[in-house]
Design a protein around this ligand. Sequence first.
Ligand code: SAH
Length: 209
Amino acid sequence: MIDNLKRINLILTLRKLGVTNHNVLSILEKIPREEFIDKDLNYKAYQNKALPIDCNQTISQPAVVAKMTELLEPKQNSNVLEIGTGSGYQTAILSKLFKRIYTIERHNLLLEKAKKVLNKLKITNIVFYHGDGLEGWPAKFAFDRIIITAVSNSLPKKIIEQLSDNGILVLPLIRGGEQYISKVVKKNKKLIIEKSWRVRFVPLVSGIN
Ligand code: SAH
């Protein structure tokens, strides 16, 4: 009961902050965020806060997860490439809105943990890969939708190459020393970039661990 109230409160907060997509909001209400964090942080699971996970990384703030998902313009028949599996929380949200999620994480420990949780939640439309997301998906694929959940100074070239024409990439980008969620649309091979919320993310790092 108390947990339900906390979840509803979180959804109200997200609405107030300007998340409007009903599907996205109702999925955030349903996915148990406590499963993706340490037990001793469970009391914070429905606060609109980023929280620490293993390997010095963070599970993103629910509002940021919701906003980035909304900007991706969910389409049930599309596949998504996700760079930065982390806890797997964003992956779980995406799994309910898209056909299949191809997710890459550079820390094997995080990837293995995320696999376990998603398996426990009976989420099966995910393809996991332990690797460097900066190299893109390790097969010649094109994706309609790509999400990167770690921050960089510039648009990673190999990832842009894997974005289809009319595709959407959502990522945090550094502009003038600040990080902004950014939506990149590819139109006739040109990139149109729109800035959204100011945020704080862990960096996109090359190589694997
Ligand atoms: N969406 C995740 C966010 C995790 S934080 C969540 O809500 O839990 C960002 C993640 O990106 C970290 O797990 C980090 O290890 C990963 N990451 C950073 N650079 C990467 C790269 N080049 N390839 C793959 N994963 C990367």
